[in-house]
Ligand binder design. Sequence first.
Ligand code: ADP
Ligand code: ADP
Ligand code: ZN
Length: 217
Amino acid sequence: MNLVFLGLPGAGKGTQAQILAKKYNIPHISTGDIFRNAIKNETPLGVKAKEYIDSGELVPDEVTNGIVKERLQKEDCNQGFILDGYPRTLDQAEALDENMNQLDRKLDLVIYTKVKESELIKRLTGRRICEDCGATYHVEFDPPEVEAICDKCGGNLIQRDDDKEETVEKRINVNKDKTDQLINYYNKKDILIEIDAEKEIDAVSNEIVDVIEEKVK
Ligand code: ADP
Ligand code: ADP
Ligand code: ZN
């Protein structure tokens, strides 16, 4: 099963992708996570990506397309994958199609998580991530059991630099038109489903699972 999560920053793509990856035992591939790991490890990719990410801009398509192409060729993707945060531009969507053709596979579903802007800002500014394992929390909507400590690994929870209020609005604006273009693109291919992602985390994932069971499985 090959899935894509589409949605503005803060819509809950990562949260939902993580839940589905566990349920269906297929990898959760987040380009944001790949870039953040590269930055942490100071690799050449990290050096390239850092200034774009810090300023809330997109990393150039040719860099991002290359990373995803390589990732999808790994063996753990043979039973399927969940892409989170890719594609984010039309150029990336076309590159992904080409890539799927070459692998003789196809996308089953593009899940568009829709959330209004005022809610996105609350979600992004309250988001915290584990500095060790990358798990996502929210200070109000999805708090850890012990304040500022990761339930899964005991690591410290931190705020991403690009989740500070100054960068959050910029990121939403950078992605708006591009997301609309992708909605059109996948609607034409008849594989887009829109989910009201303003409900609670469990309600959203139940709705997504229902659609998957109906349309894919
Ligand atoms: P969010 O989950 O809030 O949408 P991500 O973790 O997906 O944020 O991405 C963080 C940053 O990494 C983006 O603001 C962008 O700079 C970069 N990035 C992630 N995915 C892509 C992509 N597909 N194309 C270009 N840049 C990307
Ligand atoms: P994205 O990957 O789309 O940027 P995340 O999954 O990281 O979004 O979620 C953004 C923030 O909102 C996180 O702090 C997360 O805990 C929280 N969150 C995710 N889904 C919901 C929801 N349905 N209701 C309330 N908060 C949510
Ligand atoms: Zn952790």
